[in-house]
Write a protein that binds this ligand. Structure first.
Ligand code: AKG
Ligand code: FE2
Length: 305
């Protein structure tokens, strides 16, 4: 779908006022079907990793993943909020399996990011229907005006981030559930307090969570975040991004247009300087990332109580 100026204007008002906004029917059903097949393929490939933790290192050489997070419709939305020069610094599927999906306790995304300046947003694409029954996103409107709060280690209930903000920030009478259909998109502010409940329903609940930032934002990744992917716009010399990977069928799924992908990637990669990255295997890197999440040490300097 083409997102109209009026829709963007309304979304900006919502975002400024409440800290989040919703866009309906952004991605078409054939792309969502491919994303769903991608998730199933990843789950089979990484049987020992819970599907809530399909983190970006697993997909670092995956052409479909890059195709998806650089989709022009998602870019259009993110650029309206962050400007035309856009990069993606993190993205993962949070796939809550039926009957056994873990909760994501109340948190502020900015607490987990080492960005300078802290200008970014999270864009969440519904791969499945996402509703009260299967653990949709829940926002506390207006909390994006709060500064980042200390986070508490939480091992009392199964939960994806192993942390939460303190109860004193949560007024559940104000919470809004974000009900989405496949292909719908929501965006939220780095400071808004949000989360999602466990999934005990018979339906899977899968979303793709993407962190976008202006291409000029610095990220200190401590080998935890991959170097960002340049999505669109212009890039000043000196900034380094990961190259878009070529299509390699052992590292991705077939997708519409895959035959032309390498040409597209090559043209794109000529636009910026590249980084070579760690030899650590995707699984080792993901396990290290999950350990840092469990230990509450994702962000240096973050206050963890
Ligand atoms: O997918 C979820 O349930 C949580 C996602 C989340 O916290 C986010 O997108 O920032
Ligand atoms: Fe979040």
């Amino acid at each position: 779908m083409n997102i109209s100026v009026t829709q963007l204007k309304k979304a900006k008002q919502d975002y400024d006022e409440n800290g989040y906004a919703v866009f309906r029917q952004v991605l078409d059903s054939s792309l969502i079907k491919e994303a769903s097949a991608h998730v199933e393929w990843l789950c089979k490939r990484y049987k020992n990793i819970r599907p809530e933790h399909l983190h970006h290192p697993l997909m670092r050489d995956d052409a479909f993943w890059v195709r998806l997070v650089t989709d022009c419709r998602l870019q259009h939305i993110a650029s309206a909020f962050l400007g035309p020069d856009l990069a993606c610094f993190t993205a993962h599927y949070i796939c809550k399996p039926a009957r056994d999906g873990h909760a994501v306790l109340w948190h502020q995304d900015g607490s987990y990011w080492n960005l300078n300046p802290q200008k970014a947003l999270t864009l969440w694409v519904a791969i499945d229907s996402s509703n009260s029954a299967n653990g949709c996103l829940r926002m506390i409107p207006g909390t994006h005006r709060l500064p980042l709060q200390p986070i508490l280690k939480r091992h009392d209930v199964p939960n994806m981030l192993a942390t939460s903000v303190g109860d004193e920030y949560i007024d559940e009478s104000k919470l809004v559930e974000i009900h989405l259909e496949p292909g719908d998109v929501s965006i939220h502010h780095p400071n808004i307090i949000h989360g999602s409940k466990e999934n005990r329903s018979n339906m899977r609940r899968c979303g793709l969570d993407i962190g976008y930032m202006p291409a000029s934002t610095e990220i200190s990744n401590e080998n935890l975040y991959l170097n960002p992917i340049f999505v669109a716009g212009n890039v000043e010399s000196g900034q380094r991004f990961r190259p878009w990977p070529n299509y390699d069928k052992s590292n991705t799924i077939p997708f519409d247009g895959f035959e032309l992908w390498d040409k597209r990637a090559l043209a794109h990669n000529l636009l910026h300087d590249h980084v070579t990255y760690t030899n650590e295997s995707p699984v080792d890197m993901t396990n290290r990332m999950m350990k840092r999440i469990q230990d509450g040490t994702v962000k240096s300097g973050q206050v963890v109580l």
